[in-house]
Design a protein around this ligand. Structure first.
Ligand SMILES: *[C@@H]1O[C@H](CO)[C@@H](O)[C@H](O)[C@H]1NC(C)=O
Ligand SMILES: *[C@@H]1O[C@H](CO)[C@@H](O)[C@H](O)[C@H]1NC(C)=O
Ligand SMILES: *[C@@H]1O[C@H](CO)[C@@H](O)[C@H](O)[C@H]1NC(C)=O
Ligand SMILES: *[C@@H]1O[C@H](CO)[C@@H](O)[C@H](O)[C@H]1NC(C)=O
Ligand SMILES: *[C@@H]1O[C@H](CO)[C@@H](O)[C@H](O)[C@H]1NC(C)=O
Ligand SMILES: *[C@@H]1O[C@H](CO)[C@@H](O)[C@H](O)[C@H]1NC(C)=O
Ligand SMILES: *[C@@H]1O[C@H](CO)[C@@H](O)[C@H](O)[C@H]1NC(C)=O
Ligand SMILES: *[C@@H]1O[C@H](CO)[C@@H](O)[C@H](O)[C@H]1NC(C)=O
Ligand SMILES: *[C@@H]1O[C@H](CO)[C@@H](O)[C@H](O)[C@H]1NC(C)=O
Ligand SMILES: *[C@@H]1O[C@H](CO)[C@@H](O)[C@H](O)[C@H]1NC(C)=O
Ligand SMILES: *[C@@H]1O[C@H](CO)[C@@H](O)[C@H](O)[C@H]1NC(C)=O
Ligand SMILES: *[C@@H]1O[C@H](CO)[C@@H](O)[C@H](O)[C@H]1NC(C)=O
Length: 837
């Protein structure tokens, strides 16, 4: 049901936007407003005119533009980069790019250009990089770039150039650094072809000639020429041709010479290293050799390279590097992806840097003799090291950089004795053994960088990092700690600024672990199993800027969080936040701190189930208050209701009485008195009270429940309806039985209410026998009333009876012709008379 609305919404939005911007940039994509536009592959046959004139980077590639007329870009004068690759361009007219003074890069790749005129590139006052690959260019002469004196790079690869002659206009291109002529049809290089280079010795050119089918280089063609770099890869189709050509490079002075082939362009089946012997008359600083299938692997052919300072051998079949004579001045040697049968125990006195990586055959490290070595990278060889590491194996005490990462097992048996100069040490993804049996790094006081990530190390020894007092970076992700508790291993690494302990299965952190790391700026604890965020661990990290706690199981924080002042980025994403009211303080903290939390808007809740995958920032603390309110309202209502029920229950009859009060007016009274008595005293009531009052003069009408109550009506209702409402007075016959009877007391209580409601003294107490005061006191209220109200004592002698009946009749008569004033007066006098018991 939602979808149509949604679609409609989008449509409306689109309409709105298109109204807002009638000049929609269709078909171009605005990558960076007013700066970068991409109009690639839009079947455009002309340059779109709705592109802002401020555009700097414009990609028009793969459109059938066919022709670039003059002043085509006169509206886009700010262009820096223009890509016209594969636009089927056949013609570039005069002054086509006129006005593009800012343009620094022009791509014309893949256009079948038939016609370039002399002024095609006029106006490009600042062009530095021209890519004219695959434009069917037949010769450098026909490329009209002689006036582009700012050019630094010209790429004319994949064309039909047959001649290696560099035209005279090159002497104008004094800034030229790179000329790519690869993949053309150059077969010969003559002395005169390079005339312009000889004329301009200040040029610092890198010349790329790979993939030209060179079969002849004139002797001394390069005589007197200085190049920055010369690349000749996959140029020769036989060792003999190559040998002659290489020999004829004599007289060249080149900073970097790159020889060999390409992985997919192998022309020489069995390479003969004797071609190297032709390099004796070339002055080379750096030599690179790639993709060669060896034939004779004799290293002695390298003798012409003895004075080279840096040698790089990549994908080369070689096997006896250890035979390199020790007079070789090589300082840097890179050997990568070469097929060795065993590790070469090199002996090169001048070697400073050895990079020996990715070589399959080398499986076991052997002692070398490289006294000048400072940089050693033996990574990625599947090699094992039986005893690591000390001066004994490397025979150098100058080593600063040692990389043994991505290898096999490394047994730590020596504590880097003689290698105290080490500053960088990398063991990641190798299997470190015995690291935790002693303080292996104790002597590495100068070490700045240590990586033991993913080395299968189980850290159960707190002294593992003793001695690393200068260490700045420690990476130890993917290891484990004893009992999954981060222990106090950082006591002595007080200079740390970067610490990575992610993926260590950590569940707990010992107290004070980080307390010595006052310089730490980045701490990565992500991808562990931590449950609680507790800022007190980090309070000593005064320099901490970044704390990564992502991918843990954090539900909440246990207290108010106070992180070091310098912390600018805290990553709490991908945890298991509990979005319940119980943790609302923490959730509110998240909201308040969302600017310094990384991707706070992506933090999701995990519990409770109904909140799963909802956003932490969406948590409303108002719901918590609502809950509280609801709870308190409920509690109060329950209390009130139960109190009411209790009261109603307790005073049910009193209420009925109250209700009845309105119904029965006083005049309706048909009884003179309602008698409350204990059934034990019924004899007295029948024989004395009823006889004397009902049969006497005047006769009184008494209400007696054994006689006057309507059968079938609840007794209590009878008491109220018949007894109280229809009687003027109530006679309470007080005896020991009465006080002990709960029912009588109940009746009496109702009577009291009735008296209160009738607001006149209607209760007459008859005390049948002398009741013990203590017994009477149990019934506190009765006692109080007795001592305050009219009461008559029944006496068993004649005179007493006479007085008794007279007083009773008088009391009953009182109110028959009722006068409130009189009553209060008589009451008062009675009170005075009877307050003695
Ligand atoms: C692009 O240029 C237009 C006109 O010059 C200007 O109004 C607009 O603010 C610019 N947009 C941006 C993102 O710079
Ligand atoms: C490209 O545009 C032309 C007309 O400009 C049209 O004839 C041709 O069909 C379009 N090609 C595609 C693939 O849209
Ligand atoms: C070399 O540059 C000068 C001035 O910068 C110019 O006059 C001359 O035509 C240019 N040479 C060529 C071959 O373009
Ligand atoms: C020559 O050019 C290269 C870049 O191609 C640069 O690294 C090098 O420093 C330059 N050499 C001189 C002497 O300018
Ligand atoms: C090497 O190239 C030359 C000249 O292009 C050609 O004559 C010869 O046949 C080629 N040889 C091989 C083995 O391809
Ligand atoms: C290397 O330099 C030494 C002198 O420093 C020189 O005698 C020797 O001939 C040079 N070797 C090569 C192959 O250039
Ligand atoms: C030689 O190795 C050192 C490291 O020891 C490095 O700084 C330098 O760039 C290397 N030089 C070359 C040409 O590879
Ligand atoms: C720690 O680092 C500081 C500054 O980076 C440096 O001055 C100090 O010498 C270092 N301390 C140790 C013991 O290396
Ligand atoms: C490590 O630090 C502790 C406490 O600062 C100190 O007592 C101990 O001597 C240090 N150990 C080493 C080997 O530096
Ligand atoms: C905190 O950062 C400020 C500014 O980046 C810096 O000046 C100050 O030294 C830092 N405090 C600590 C203890 O590193
Ligand atoms: C956490 O945030 C920091 C800082 O933005 C970032 O460098 C880090 O890559 C993030 N962690 C993860 C696991 O994405
Ligand atoms: C609840 O949220 C409001 C607004 O978001 C905030 O001002 C208030 O401090 C919060 N209360 C608590 C207890 O977090």
């Amino acid at each position: 049901m939602m979808q149509p609305f949604y679609l409609a919404g989008i449509l409306m939005m689109a309409l709105f936007l298109s109204c807002l911007r009638p000049e929609s940039l269709e078909p171009c994509v605005e990558v960076d407003a007013n700066i970068t536009y991409q109009c690639m592959d839009q079947n455009l046959s002309r340059i779109p005119d709705n592109i802002p004139s401020s555009v700097k980077n414009l990609d028009l590639s793969f459109n059938p533009l066919k022709i670039i007329g003059s002043h085509s870009f006169s509206n886009l004068l700010e262009l820096h980069l223009l890509d016209l690759s594969r636009c089927e361009i056949e013609t570039i007219e005069d002054e086509a790019f006129q006005g593009l003074h800012q343009l620094s890069a022009l791509m014309l790749t893949g256009n079948p250009i038939q016609s370039l005129s002399r002024g095609s590139f006029y106006g490009l006052a600042n062009l530095q990089n021209l890519v004219a690959v695959e434009i069917m260019l037949a010769s450098l002469e026909s490329l009209p770039i002689g006036h582009l004196i700012t050019l630094k790079k010209v790429n004319v690869a994949h064309n039909y150039i047959h001649s290696s002659k560099l035209p005279e206009y090159f002497s104008n291109l004094t800034n030229l650094e790179y000329l790519d002529l690869s993949n053309n049809y150059i077969q010969t290089i003559y002395h005169k072809d390079l005339h312009v280079l000889r004329e301009n010795p200040q040029l610092n050119l890198s010349l790329e000639l790979s993939l030209n089918p060179i079969d002849f280089i004139e002797p001394q063609a390069f005589q007197g020429i200085r190049l920055h770099e010369l690349t000749l890869r996959s140029n020769f189709n036989s060792t003999n041709v190559m040998k002659t050509c290489i020999q004829n490079l004599d007289g060249l002075r080149v900073h970097r010479l790159i020889l060999g082939e390409f992985k997919n362009e192998r022309h020489i089946e069995n390479f003969d290293y004797s071609v190297m012997e032709g390099l004796c008359n070339v002055i080379i600083d750096e030599f690179r050799f790639t993709y060669v299938n060896g034939f004779s692997k004799d290293i002695t052919h390298f003798s012409c390279l003895a004075n080279v300072s840096a040698v790089s051998l990549v994908n080369v079949d070689l096997d006896n590097l250890e035979n390199i004579p020790n007079y070789f001045k090589w300082q840097n040697l890179t050997v990568s992806r070469c097929n060795f049968e065993h590790f070469p125990p090199l002996k090169l006195p001048f070697l400073k840097s050895l990079i020996f990586t990715n070589n399959k055959g080398a499986v076991s490290f052997q002692t070398m003799n490289l006294p000048s070595l400072t940089f050693l990278d033996l990574s990625d060889n599947r090699m094992s090291f039986m005893g690591c590491c000390s001066y004994h194996e490397l025979k150098t005490s100058n080593l600063k950089y040692l990389n043994l990462s991505f290898n096999g097992a490394i047994f730590m048996s020596k504590n880097f004795m003689g290698l105290e100069q080490l500053e960088y040490l990398d063991f990641q993804h190798s299997a470190l053994r015995k690291t935790t049996e002693f303080s292996a790094f104790l002597s590495l006081e100068k070490l700045l960088y240590l990586d033991i990530s993913y080395t299968n190390t189980k850290i159960d020894f707190n002294g593992i990092f003793y001695g690393l007092t200068s260490l700045k970076t420690l990476k130890m992700a993917g290891n484990t700690f004893k009992e999954n508790t981060l222990s106090n291993v950082f006591i002595n690494t007080t200079n740390l600024t970067y610490l990575d302990i992610s993926k260590c299965q950590l569940q707990q952190i010992s107290w004070g672990v980080f307390d010595t790391l006052h310089r730490l700026e980045l701490l990565n604890m992500s991808n562990n199993n931590l449950l609680l965020l507790d800022s007190s661990y980090y309070k000593q990290l005064h320099s901490l800027k970044t704390l990564d706690y992502s991918f843990n199981h954090i539900q909440t924080a246990n207290e108010i969080l106070h992180f070091p002042k310098n912390l600018t980025s805290l990553n709490l994403t991908n945890n298991s936040f509990a979005c319940t009211c119980e943790h609302q303080d923490f959730l509110q903290w998240v909201k308040d701190q969302r600017l310094f939390l990384v991707n706070a808007e992506q933090m999701t809740c995990t519990t409770p189930v109904e909140m799963k995958d909802s956003m932490v920032l969406d948590f409303r603390n108002a719901t918590c208050y609502m809950h509280k309110t609801i709870i308190s309202v409920t509690v109060i209502s329950v209390l009130v209701v139960s109190t009411i029920i209790f009261l109603v229950y307790k005073f049910y009859f009193h209420l009925i009485l109250i209700a009845g009060c309105k119904k029965y007016s006083r005049s309706e009274s048909i009884y003179d008195a309602f008698v409350i008595y204990s059934s034990q005293d019924e004899d007295w009531v029948r024989n004395e009270l009823v006889k004397n009052l009902e049969e006497g003069v005047p006769p009184f009408q008494l209400c007696l429940h054994y006689r006057d109550f309507i059968p079938g009506v609840a007794i209590a209702a009878n008491i109220i309806q018949e007894g109280f409402h229809k009687s003027r007075k109530v006679i309470v016959v007080v005896s020991r039985h009465f006080i002990q009877s709960r029912w009588c007391i109940f009746e009496y209580e109702i009577a009291q209410t009735w008296q209160f409601l009738s607001s006149h003294s209607g209760i007459i107490f008859i005390v049948l026998e002398k009741v013990e005061k203590s017994l009477l006191r149990q019934q506190v209220e009765l006692y109080r009333l007795l001592s305050r109200n009219t009461y008559l004592e029944w006496e068993d002698n004649a005179l007493g009876r006479h007085i008794f009946w007279r007083r009773l009749k008088k009391a009953l008569l009182d109110g028959r012709t009722w006068n409130p004033k009189e009553t209060t007066e008589t009451e008062n006098t009675k009170e005075e008379a009877t307050t003695s018991i």
